[in-house]
Each structure stands twice: as structure tokens, then as C-alpha cells.
Design a protein around this ligand. Structure first.
Ligand SMILES: Nc1nc2c(c(=O)[nH]1)N[C@H]1C(S)=C(S)[C@@H](COP(=O)(O)OP(=O)(O)OC[C@H]3O[C@@H](n4cnc5c(=O)[nH]c(N)nc54)[C@H](O)[C@@H]3O)O[C@H]1N2
Ligand SMILES: Nc1nc2c(c(=O)[nH]1)N[C@H]1C(S)=C(S)[C@@H](COP(=O)(O)OP(=O)(O)OC[C@H]3O[C@@H](n4cnc5c(=O)[nH]c(N)nc54)[C@H](O)[C@@H]3O)O[C@H]1N2
Ligand code: SF4
Ligand SMILES: [Mo]
Length: 781
């Protein structure tokens, strides 16, 4: 499978029919294969048995919730969770010798997979200006260099502090506290590129940016919509919840341009029936929607509900809910009635009859939940689409009751918690007031830079220092070439990381690698062994405690690195007790309990089995938005179109990757093996475009700034993608996403719905090496 250096070169692509079911025995075998590849069997067993158990490690994978403590399986994890944890617990090591051997430009020429597979980072390293190599540095000196650079800035706003969603609540709270005490709100995060559209749409309409649904709600829903998400790959244990919902009589409507395996059948590997049986059918109804058609779909459904109410007054809409809890219904309804069914058909590719069948499902259902993820948020009109989903839920009072609600399915395991802790460039004044009251300094009030604006500011020379708490910014961000130039133009870039990635190689004049403990590892500080806390997609807050020996004795915890940096940088400018925080994370949680709403008695409540659930105002009938009521909205009509000869491209995840980190070149459920440089296109589109499966094409994105963005040398796979659409993997295709192509209102990059054309490849295939390496795998501009 892999050569000794860990690289898995791209081999000849082989394509098999997409799978009709997810999980089952192959999932278990596959997870085990990756585990054995990365760690010793003993270690694998130790980790996995404590994963998602009371007192154990929170899975570092996605943010899906755990069942109540008494209802957990002995193996409460999925294939991908097992892969993620073993990727962290790998026995491979990146040492000082490694950096002596590999220059920065050598590293920049390697593939994402190769970089990740070198193993865990083991000691702090510095690349000095003009040098081609990282060299070892002591922690003291490394933090001294970083603090020194921060102190020379003309303004605190010349620094940016990025967070990726694996960071714990404690680390996140300390980072935002440090940034604000330093004097800036420049706190971009991966959420800017993920669920930002959900946050904006939900805050405006409901007054909370979070989902309103618990696992129990899902289990007891009559009807669940899965819109724009691929649970079999990205939230595998969601399938167990869906299976339970179906056992309770629930039905499922899946809406997706791709017939994803996890939307079809689920063979639960934790049950005998999942091993020998046919598994559970997941979607009762599959809407093969065109990309970006969801706004039109929900507008059409809403019109059909209004018309059903006209036909049988008093039987369809929940007037009690609408009258008591909402505002704007009349204006919404007037707008909703003015709908052109031809446009709906063009936007969705669905017939009126198909949509009417879904309306009938809705009318038969007392309790409805809508789940969504990147297939919605990453479109230009992600915010209006989510607002329209909220309209849809409100019409029949599907909010705030058991078995109902809005479920934005979060990505990273603690991305929601990081936001709760204040990682956001736009935290409201109430939060900043509480910080001020607790810590006695004046937090800056102007909003800071989000991810897209941070890139622009770096590019334009306004930001000089970039510090990342986890993540891989240059690969996660859009317009790879612009982002790389922006990052390289910084005076200093520093990364608190567990594993090597491209952001260490494409770096500032001075660059620091600050290696840190992962979730799996024992974290011992002055006051003894520590645990951290996290919040899942359903607002449950609980502990996570690693048990493994750290990958290297030189690792510091995220909290320790940040506290030491804060002390060095702020020179006693505040009386924040950084040293106490570092020694005892309970002392951080004490402060959180006084600053963040819903966290009273944090230390006591979080150590109860299963932790505690944060209150959701919507479920208490309260809507803390500007109007104090749930808001019906009137949303524009959008018919996404690609000019003739073009397709709408989505960039998405394979089954074998964690965001910017591919584990293998396979995507088992979609039947893709041996290569990630593939583009999935509907056979009818291929005929129209005069192309055939197996041909090599460049993907060229069309954007009105005169710059050519090109991802080279992708092999065509004929695939049942919705007509007019194409799909290819992220991050190889990030080069195609223009920095200015963002979602309205949320400023989230449009990683879905890009207009592209396919040109027969100019480059041809030079060698397996160039395809596996040279990361963007692409050339632009
Ligand atoms: N194994 C694994 N798990 C992960 C991750 C990972 O990389 N690997 N990443 C984590 C993170 S950070 C996140 S945010 C989540 C992401 O979870 P997902 O949102 O499931 O991620 P994507 O791979 O982007 O898939 C988007 C899905 O939306 C569909 N889609 C695309 N465009 C449209 C559209 O216009 N309409 C509709 N209805 N559907 C559309 C796609 O076909 C695809 O099924 O996963 C998390 N979990
Ligand atoms: N084109 C396109 N672009 C996208 C997306 C897309 O669908 N299409 N999706 C977007 C989304 S939803 C997201 S969330 C972002 C993801 O963007 P990021 O969150 O920035 O990227 P990740 O790949 O999750 O980061 C992986 C790195 O995190 C570090 N790491 C892992 N675990 C830990 C830990 O415990 N502690 C620390 N300190 N470091 C750790 C490792 O060094 C690893 O290399 O990408 C976005 N970009
Ligand atoms: S569903 Fe998500 S949180 Fe659960 S085990 Fe799998 S990757 Fe981890
Ligand atoms: Mo995400």
C-alpha cells in the first residue's frame, strides 16, 4: 500500500460502481487496516475502547453527539473516528533529523498525504529568515521570538489568531482571552469556511446560531430531511441515529446531487443484522437535486403548504405557533405565493410531482427535523437557503417541540465549543462586557478579520504575524495561490500543531512549529493530570481525557503554549493568572463559568457522566434576536446556471480523508480507487461536452476577474451526479475557488457551485510523482 516513507503514490485509477450501502464489515476491516498501519495493535485497542465513553477521549473526528451514558455501545465509534484517532496515535515521528534532511521547498513539493504520514511532530522548530531549513529551538526561545515579533507590531491588528475546530474549550478560551488582552478581535476560524452561513441565518431568524435538536429529537422525529450532507462518510454515527428513527417509524427524505451510499442503506457494524443482513434502508425518498437548487425547493414546498392550508383551512399551518412566536408571516406568505414553477424546475431539476410527494410526507408528519451541512452552507446563497428552511419549519411549528427542529450538522469535534468560548471575530458586546467585568481590561470592540479578510490583509501587507491553533490554513482556504502568497508575505507564521502539513512549508520569513499534545495523550501539569472539555453539535458539553504517553517528552499542551506566550507577550499588562491557568485547567473553567452564558458550576456539572446540555432558547420558546420573535423571511429567487459548455462544480470530501489531510487515494463508497485527481460528471453531460470517462481534463473556473484558475490533469469518471453538476475533491481543487467568491452575508467561501469548464488536459500525465505531489496539483493565474 505505502512505500517506506509513508507516501502512497497515485496509481492507475480504478472505478467500481458506487456502493449502495454504508458501513458493515468492510468499514471495520478498513478502520483496522489503517490502525495497524499507523500504530501498534495494543495502542489501537487502548484508544478505541475509551473513545466516546464517559471519562474517555472525545473522538477527534466530527461533532456528532454521543448517546446518553447508559445507552452507549462498548465500541461507540465509527470507521472514520477510528482512522482519525489512529492518525494521531501513530508511532511515526518527525524529528530534527527529518528537517535537516528536508528543506522547506522540498516539503512544499510534497503531497498533503505524504506530509501527514511522516508522523507526529516532536519538538519546537524554527525556520529563520533566509534559511531553507527548520532547526530545533527551545520552547523558551521559540515563544520569545513569537512574543518579540508581536510586541514590535505597530498595532495589535497586524496579528491574526486562527483556530481550527479540534481545539478544546480551555485552549480556545485562553486564545481569545490572550488575543483580546493583546488588543485585537482578529480571530478567524475554520467555521468561517464551514457553518458560517448557518450561524448568520439562524441568529437572524431564531436568535441563536446553534441547532435546536438533540439525539432524542432525531430518534423521535416522524420525518427527517438530510439536505446537502454525506453522513455515511462525514458523520457516520448519525446513521445509527437515523436507524433508530426508522425503527420508531420515522421516514427520511434525502436531498443531494449525488446518490451517496450513506443515504441509501446502513449496515450497522455494531449489530449482528448489520453484519449478515441487508441493513436498514435510510432514505425513503431521494431528491436528486441540482446544485444550489435547495432554496427553490424549500420555497416550492412552502408554497405547497400555504396552498394546502387554503384548501383545508386550519389543518395545515400551526397558527398558534405562528401567531404567538413569530413575526413577518403575512409578508412572507405574499412573497411565497409569487413563485414560477418553471424556475423551480430549472433550479432543482425536480418535477412538481416529486416535490408534491414530499409535501405529502410533510403533511403526514407531526414532527419534522431538517439536517444540513456543506451542501447548503458553501453556496453563494447559503444564508437565504437556511432562512427558507427556517420558514419551512415554522409553518407547521416544527421548532421547540420534541422530535422537531433545525440541525446544522457540525464538522470538527469542537468547532461549536470554540465559538461558544469566544473564537469569533464578531463576538457580541454582551460577551466582551463579561470579559471586561471578569478580567478588568478593555477588550477591543471593532470586529476583527474573518478567514477571507485575513487572507486579503496578509496579501496587502496589513497583517504581519499569523498564529494558528491547529488546522492547515493554506490548504483549507480558497484561492490556494493567493493564500500561499499571502501567508509567505508574513513576517512570522507560527503553528500549534500535532502533525506536519503544508502550512508549515508555505510560511512567513520566520516560521515556528509549536508541537502539541493530541486528544489521545495524557496531559500532566503543575496541579496534576488534566482533562479538557468540548461541546458537540447538539450543545452537550463533556470531558475528554487522553491516556497515552505523549508522542514526545518535548510536547506542551495547547493551553500551556498559549499561557506561556501570553505571559511573554503581555508583560504583566493585565493581572490574568496565566500561570495558574496552565497548572490547573479547572481554574480556566471557573472563569468560563463567569463569562460564558450557560456555564454556571462548570467544573461540577461537566464531570457528571455525560456532562451537561447547554440551554437552547428556542426550545424554551425564547427568540433572542433583534425582534424577540422567530422571524419569517422573504428570500430571493435563485436559479443557479452555468453557461453552455460549463458545469457547476462542488469540492467535497472523500471517505478517506480528514479535511485537508487525505489518508489514502481511495473513496470506497463512491467506487473510486487509486487516485484523487478525478472529476465526477453525469454521463449525459459528458455526451453533450463530447468527453468520455478516462479522458484527462483541466478544470478551469470562470470568474470575472480575468485571472485563470486551473486545476490540472483530472481523470473523468462518469458518475450519477445531478445533470449539469460535477464533483472533485478538496483541497486539490481549492485553487479554483476565487477569494472574492463568497456567500452573501456570511462571507463564507463558495466551495460548492463554482462555474467550471473542462478542457482536455494540456499537461498530460507526466508521472505518478507529479500527480501525487506538488500539492495544489494545479496551476493557476
Ligand atoms: N471522514 C470525514 N469526516 C468529516 C470530515 C472529513 O473531512 N472526513 N470533515 C468534517 C467537517 S469539518 C465537516 S464541515 C463535515 C462536512 O460534511 P459534509 O457537508 O457531508 O461534507 P462534504 O464532503 O462537503 O459533502 C457535502 C455533501 O453535500 C452534497 N451537496 C453538494 N452541493 C449540494 C447542493 O447544492 N444541494 C444539496 N442538497 N446537496 C449538495 C454533496 O453531494 C455531499 O454529499 O464533515 C466532518 N466530518
Ligand atoms: N474547497 C473547499 N475548501 C474547504 C472546504 C470544502 O468543503 N471545500 N471545507 C472547509 C471546512 S468545512 C473546514 S472545517 C476547513 C478545515 O480547515 P482546518 O480546520 O484548518 O484544516 P484541518 O485539515 O482540519 O487541519 C488539520 C491539521 O490540524 C492539526 N491538528 C490536528 N489535530 C490537532 C490537535 O488536536 N491540536 C492541534 N493543535 N493541532 C491539530 C494537524 O497539524 C493537521 O495537519 O476547510 C474548509 N475548506
Ligand atoms: S461519527 Fe464522528 S464523532 Fe462519532 S466516532 Fe465517527 S468521526 Fe467520531
Ligand atoms: Mo467543517
Amino acid at each position: 500500500m505505502q512505500n517506506p516513507s509513508g507516501e502512497e503514490p497515485e496509481t492507475t485509477l480504478s472505478v467500481t460502481p458506487p456502493k449502495k450501502w454504508a458501513a458493515g464489515v468492510p468499514a471495520v476491516v478498513h478502520a483496522l487496516e489503517y490502525s495497524l498501519e499507523q500504530t501498534s495493535p495494543k495502542k489501537t485497542g487502548v484508544d478505541l475502547l475509551t473513545m466516546n465513553q464517559v471519562g474517555g477521549i472525545d473522538c477527534p473526528g466530527c461533532a456528532w453527539a454521543d448517546p446518553a451514558p447508559g445507552r452507549r455501545h462498548r465500541n461507540e465509534y465509527c470507521e472514520n473516528g477510528a482512522k482519525h484517532i489512529n492518525d494521531e496515535a501513530t508511532t511515526r515521528r518527525v524529528t530534527a533529523d527529518f528537517f535537516r534532511e528536508h528543506s522547506v521547498s522540498d516539503l512544499a513539493a510534497r503531497s498533503d498525504m505524504w506530509l501527514n504520514q511522516q508522523g507526529r511532530l516532536t519538538e519546537p522548530m524554527i525556520k529563520r529568515p533566509g534559511s531553507e531549513h527548520y532547526e530545533p529551538i527551545t520552547w523558551d526561545d521559540a515563544l520569545g521570538v513569537l512574543a518579540g515579533e508581536l510586541k514590535t507590531l505597530a498595532s495589535p491588528d497586524e496579528a491574526v489568531f486562527y483556530t481550527s475546530g479540534r481545539a478544546s474549550n480551555e485552549a480556545a478560551f485562553v486564545l481569545q482571552l490572550f488575543a483580546r488582552a493583546f488588543g485585537t478581535n482578529n480571530l478567524p476560524d475554520c467555521s468561517n469556511m464551514c457553518h458560517e452561513s448557518s450561524g448568520f441565518a439562524l441568529s437572524e431568524t431564531l436568535g441563536t446560531g446553534k441547532g435546536t435538536v438533540s439525539l432524542d429529537d432525531l430518534h423521535h422525529a416522524d420525518l427527517i430531511f438530510l439536505v446537502g450532507q454525506n453522513p455515511g462518510t462525514n458523520h457516520p454515527r448519525q446513521l445509527s441515529a437515523l436507524e433508530e428513527a426508522k425503527r420508531n417509524g420515522g421516514r427520511i427524505v434525502a436531498v443531494n446531487p449525488l446518490p451517496e451510499a450513506g443515504l441509501r442503506r446502513f449496515k450497522n457494524p455494531q449489530k449482528p443484522s448489520g453484519i449478515v443482513g441487508r441493513g436498514t434502508q435510510i432514505a425513503d425518498r431521494f431528491l436528486h437535486i441540482k446544485p444550489g437548487g435547495d432554496l427553490a425547493l424549500f420555497q416550492a414546498l412552502n408554497l405547497l403548504l400555504l396552498e394546502a392550508e387554503d384548501a383545508r383551512p386550519g389543518t395545515v399551518l400551526d397558527h398558534a405557533f405562528i401567531d404567538a412566536r413569530t413575526t413577518g408571516f403575512e409578508e412572507f406568505a405574499a412573497h411565497a405565493r409569487d413563485l414560477d414553477w418553471d424556475d423551480v424546475h430549472t433550479a432543482t431539476g425536480l418535477t412538481r410531482e416529486e416535490i408534491e410527494k414530499v409535501r405529502d410526507e410533510v403533511l403526514r408528519s407531526e414532527r419534522v427535523v431538517v439536517c444540513w451541512a456543506m451542501g447548503i452552507t458553501q453556496h453563494k446563497h447559503g444564508v437565504p437557503t437556511i432562512r427558507e428552511i427556517v420558514n419551512f419549519l415554522m409553518l407547521r411549528g416544527n421548532l421547540g417541540r420534541a422530535g422537531t427542529g433545525a440541525c446544522p450538522v457540525r464538522g470538527h469535534s469542537n468547532v461549536q465549543g470554540d465559538r461558544t468560548m469566544g473564537i469569533w471575530e464578531q463576538m457580541p458586546d454582551t460577551f466582551l462586557d463579561a470579559l471586561q467585568h471578569e478580567f478588568g481590561f478593555d477588550p477591543p470592540r471593532p470586529h476583527g478579520l474573518d478567514s477571507v479578510d485575513a487572507i486579503k490583509a496578509m496579501r496587502d501587507g496589513q497583517v504581519k504575524v499569523f498564529l494558528a491553533l491547529a488546522g492547515n490554513f493554506v490548504r483549507a482556504a480558497p484561492d490556494s495561490e493567493v493564500t500561499e502568497e499571502a501567508m509567505s508575505s508574513c513576517r512570522l507564521t507560527a503553528h500549534i500543531s500535532t502533525k506536519l502539513n503544508r502550512s508549515h512549508a508555505v510560511c512567513g520569513d520566520t516560521a515556528l512549529i509549536l508541537p502539541t499534545l493530541g486528544r489521545t495523550e495524557r496531559d500532566v501539569q503543575a496541579d496534576g493530570e488534566q482533562f479538557v472539555t468540548v461541546e458537540n453539535s447538539m450543545s452537550e458539553v463533556h470531558t475528554s481525557q487522553g491516556r497515552l504517553e505523549p508522542a514526545s517528552p518535548l510536547l506542551l499542551s495547547e493551553v500551556a503554549i498559549l499561557c506561556r506566550l501570553a505571559r511573554r507577550t503581555l508583560d504583566g499588562r493585565t493581572d490574568i493568572p496565566w500561570e495558574t491557568f496552565e497548572g490547573d485547567y479547572g481554574s480556566i473553567r471557573d472563569r468560563i463559568s463567569r463569562v460564558v452564558a450557560g456555564f454556571h458550576d462548570y467544573n461540577a456539572r461537566v464531570t457528571r457522566p455525560g456532562g451537561f446540555q447547554l440551554p437552547n432558547p428556542v426550545n424554551e420558546g425564547v427568540f433572542p434576536n433583534e425582534v424577540g420573535k422567530a422571524l419569517f423571511t422573504r428570500n430571493e429567487r435563485v436559479v443557479p446556471r452555468a453557461p453552455k459548455g460549463h458545469l457547476l462544480l462542488q469540492t467535497l470530501r472523500s471517505h478517506d480523508q480528514w479535511n485537508t489531510v487525505p489518508y489514502t487515494n481511495n473513496d470506497r463508497y463512491r467506487g473510486i480507487h487509486g487516485s484523487r485527481h478525478v472529476v465526477l460528471v453525469n454521463p449525459a453531460d459528458l455526451t453533450e461536452l463530447g468527453l468520455t470517462q478516462g479522458e484527462r481534463v483541466d478544470l478551469v473556473s470562470v470568474w470575472g476577474d480575468g485571472i485563470e484558475r486551473r486545476a490540472e490533469n483530472f481523470e473523468i469518471v462518469s458518475y450519477p451526479a445531478a445533470k449539469g453538476s460535477a464533483a472533485a475533491y478538496y483541497p486539490e481543487t481549492n485553487v479554483l475557488v476565487p477569494l472574492d467568491s463568497v456567500a452573501d452575508i456570511s462571507n463564507q467561501p463558495t466551495s460548492k457551485g463554482l462555474v467550471v469548464r473542462l478542457e482536455l488536459s494540456r499537461a498530460g500525465r507526466s508521472s505518478a510523482r507529479t500527480r501525487g505531489a506538488g500539492p495544489p496539483g494545479a496551476r493557476g493565474r
